[in-house]
Design a protein around this ligand. Structure first.
Ligand code: AMP
Length: 378
């Protein structure tokens, strides 16, 4: 976990509280956020009764221990702010109505920065919201102090790993555009839901990829209800991840769907340039990707210079121009000038149709591999 992520997550225990709610906010009786607040104090039995219509399975700790081989290190998939994630396999005998399938089991780290509230937010939001571009929550476990989440298994892991891991193959241009489009569809769905949801922590590590590089949003621990009626924003404590957060939200705590659009613009830049939103290993003026890249997006010569060199020139120039122009609009300092996510989807739709010439597999030499990870046997 990066240092900046830790710093931001220290706000999390209070993030779900909407401060100074207007009378209109008080009327949101059955909003997802309201449900989180209601169930926060209820027993796990109340929760499972209330979620009965959501198709979520309630697992025992023992069942999850069994399917992950006692959370063995060979089944370890990764670790984020919530806690470690292990692969498990559900066979068709475990539950009637639950098909045999691989799953990812996330265990709340009791000494970590997140807690019951974020676990509950995830269960309630993902229990109610279903979409091809949201990761599917299969079930949960709430036993004694244990809090676990069981998701569909996403074979290619997070976009962060695919895009930035030093050993990974460079993602071809068309795949990058497909991922951008999938993630945009997930956000558009949230923003257009009957009770709009603001995702609030949109970033590469929260986008998971299936075997066909279909992108799905995960980690709803920071999600919150969007504004209702005539309201245009909700006021919250600022949470998120530095480098992705919209400037107005950072400065005022005023959260709108446009804050997610800004974060989407940063992600689009990451896909275009292969650079992280924040990179302290770069020269000072290049550390914040949005600040550094934005002035270069409108000029074709400059744009070509900042496109990910790992693409080795294998990208569609007109597509890159359109994607760059879209990123520019998403990163507008005035939230009202940013496009909606449905416009983003429409703009991205044609950009994935590009015939990449295969760039071949790894470009690393054995020597490089060994230097980066001395444990690799030569
Ligand atoms: P997270 O706590 O969501 O940041 O997850 C930490 C890491 O676990 C991710 O970077 C992924 O590599 C892995 N992971 C999380 N969820 C899944 C999943 N549903 N399928 C496969 N891997 C996952």
């Amino acid at each position: 976990m990066t240092v900046e992520k830790r710093a931001w997550q220290s706000f999390i225990p209070v993030c779900c509280k909407v401060e100074s709610p207007s009378p209109k906010h008080k009327k949101q009786n059955n909003s997802l956020q309201r449900l989180v607040a209601l169930w926060d104090l209820s027993s796990s039995e109340d929760l499972s009764n209330s979620l009965a219509g959501s198709n979520l399975h309630v697992f025992t700790f023992e069942e999850l221990r069994m399917i992950t081989h006692s959370f063995s290190s060979s089944n370890f998939l990764g670790e984020g702010g919530f806690g470690p994630v292990h692969k498990g396999f559900i066979d068709d005998k475990l539950r009637p109505g639950l098909k045999a399938q691989p799953v990812a089991v996330k265990v709340l780290d009791l000494d970590g920065f997140q807690g019951h509230r974020e676990w509950l937010t995830e269960v309630i939001f993902l229990g109610q919201l279903r979409h091809p571009h949201l990761v599917k929550l299969i079930g949960y476990c709430c036993e004694d102090e244990y809090r676990l989440l069981v998701y569909e298994y996403m074979p290619r892991g997070s976009l962060e790993n695919q895009l930035f891991r030093r050993y990974s193959v460079s993602l071809p241009w068309s795949v990058r555009m497909k991922i951008a489009l999938g993630a945009a569809k997930g956000l558009a769905f949230l923003h257009q839901a009957d009770k709009p949801v603001i995702y609030r922590d949109f970033k590469a590590s929260n986008i998971l990829l299936d075997s066909d590089y279909n992108a799905k949003l995960s980690d709803f621990g920071l999600a919150t209800d969007g504004p209702e009626g005539d309201d245009t924003h909700v006021s919250t404590r600022v949470v998120g991840t530095e480098g992705y957060t919209a400037p107005e939200y950072l400065m005022t705590g005023h959260l709108t769907a446009a804050s997610d659009v800004y974060s989407f613009g940063v992600l689009l830049l990451e896909l275009l340039t292969g650079r992280r939103s924040l990179d302290e290993n770069r020269p000072q003026r290049e550390q914040n990707l949005a600040v550094w890249a934005k002035p270069q997006l409108k000029n074709l010569r400059k744009l070509n210079r900042i496109i990910d060199p790992r693409l080795e020139g294998q990208y569609c120039e007109s597509g890159a121009q359109k994607a760059a122009s879209l990123a520019y609009q998403c990163l507008s300092h005035q939230p009202k000038l940013r496009p909606t996510m449905s416009t983003v989807v429409d703009t991205l739709e044609p950009l994935k149709d590009f015939n990449d010439i295969s760039l071949g597999p790894f470009v690393y030499t054995v020597g490089d591999l060994h230097k980066e990870n001395p444990k690799v046997k030569l």
